[in-house]
Design a protein around this ligand. Structure first.
Ligand code: NAD
Ligand code: USQ
Length: 382
């Protein structure tokens, strides 16, 4: 299949592009490399050294003989996007290309506006490009479990049957996102729902949980193929951050009580979920929603797991409870459904001590790259 991976230079997009290329698909990466520029803005870095995109793709070609075409440009430049569509004629468009940090979106007005403009307009451009240049193309859009928030009822996969005054209907599941970033994903979902309805576009929204891990079989082939791994208080996510904190001897930064619960999955499952979505396209006009995670944990449970694995490797670790910089429920009900990807064949890589140990040992090799002053959170929701 001809597949464009937008955001294909990022943490989820790069391993996905390699994995799809390995399966024999004709893969093109579209990315404006803004994530690398944001590293400069934040004076931060990936723990793993990451090669320039052109070098990454050349190494992949050298090792596997497979070509990945690269288009460096912005989804918000519609002329550029339409050229990519004309040249690639995509059958699937995998859309990872958004600003994905909740804390970044909460820095100030400018960052909130940037996040929502970049994400919502970029996605709207993709919808128009599909309509105008590739109406059969299947949009596979990365959403987030955080669109739902933490309601006091079970979280379904995108839709909920509601009975009201003696009548019933199946409606989009209510959304209660917790940051301007998470809100941008909700706005995207609404725009996709509408485009599917009025133009007959086929789309799958993958409401992904927090992704942990680093390597896939493909990125592990050579250091030039390294995936990025974020640890700072802005882009680092819970489990990866805790592993890196343990590696450098920093206290694990649990926010508040740590009883807040989130859905998680291994990066190895992210790439497989995308493949499943690619191989099972939505029908024309269908807006399909899958919850893309394999397990859920409280933040405290994650910190304890990391501490246990670090202790087994003779690394002394302490769990700190910081004042929560976010406005979020800490004690709440959490039960979310995730049966659709499983029923299409997803075999989860669960969070075992072996999996944690493997990621931890890789991180230990690079721990000298951690910039310590970036570890604590600096952005407050208030
Ligand atoms: P990332 O920041 O590592 O990668 C995103 C990539 O998109 C970057 O390479 C960036 O340069 C590119 N990009 C951003 N805006 C662009 C634009 N306007 N035009 C072209 N390229 C652009 O993020 P990630 O962790 O790989 O996340 C990818 C997607 O998955 C995001 O949409 C995110 O919301 C979603 N997601 C991520 C996680 C996670 O834990 N990492 C969890 C759930 C959902
Ligand atoms: N947390 C801590 N300590 C830390 C970091 C985070 O306690 O050092 C807590 C947060 O308060 C929050 C939870 O861990 O309760 C998750 O935070 P996170 O930073 O790991 O993840 P989040 O901000 O939700 O965002 C990440 C990705 C985003 C994706 C989302 C999936 O950056 O792109 O959409 O995970 S989800 O959480 O399902 O919405």
């Amino acid at each position: 299949m001809r597949i464009v991976v937008a955001g294909g230079d990022g943490f989820c997009g790069w391993p996905t592009a390699l994995y799809l290329s390995k399966q024999g698909h004709e893969v093109s990466i579209l990315d404006n490399l803004v994530r690398r520029k944001i590293d400069d803005e934040l004076h931060s870095n990936s723990v793993t050294p990451i090669a320039p995109l052109e070098e990454r793709v050349a190494k992949w070609k050298e090792l596997t003989g497979k070509d990945i075409q690269v288009f460096v440009g912005d989804l918000n430049h519609y002329d550029f996007l339409t050229q990519v569509f004309e040249q690639t004629q995509p059958e699937a468009f995998v859309h990872f290309g958004e600003q994905r940090s909740a804390p970044y979106s909460m820095i100030d007005r400018e960052h909130a506006v940037y996040t929502q403009t970049n994400n919502v307009m970029g996605n709207l451009n993709v919808l128009y490009a599909i309509k105008e240049f590739a109406p059969d193309c299947h949009l596979i859009k990365l959403g987030t479990m955080g669109e739902y928030g933490t309601p006091n009822i079970d979280i379904e996969e995108g839709y909920l049957e509601i009975k009201h005054n003696g009548r019933k209907d199946v409606m989009p599941y209510p959304k209660q996102p917790g940051s301007f970033y998470h809100l941008s994903k909700v706005h995207d979902s609404h725009n996709i729902t509408f485009a599917c309805k009025v133009w007959g576009i086929r789309a799958t929204d993958l409401n992904q949980g927090v992704v942990y891990g680093l390597h896939t079989d493909e990125t592990a082939l050579d250091p030039i193929l390294n995936n990025r791994l974020d640890y700072d208080g802005v882009y680092g996510t819970a489990l990866n951050r805790f592993l890196i904190q343990a590696a450098v001897g920093h206290d694990l930064t649990v926010y508040g009580s740590g009883s807040q619960t989130r859905a998680f999955l291994n990066i190895k499952d992210t790439v497989r979920c995308i493949e499943i979505a690619v191989n099972n396209p939505a029908d024309k006009g269908e807006f399909r929603v899958y919850n893309q995670f394999t397990e859920y944990f409280s933040v405290q449970e994650l910190a304890e797991k990391v501490k246990q694995v670090a202790t087994q490797l003779n690394v002394e670790t302490h769990i700190a409870h910081l004042e929560n910089p976010r406005v979020e429920a800490e004690d709440h009900y959490y039960h979310a459904v995730n049966t659709k990807l499983r029923s299409l064949g997803l075999e989860p890589n669960l969070l075992t001590d072996e999996v944690l140990t493997e990621i931890f040992e890789t991180i230990l090799q690079y721990k000298h790259r951690v910039i310590e002053e970036n570890v604590l959170p600096t952005i407050s929701w208030k």
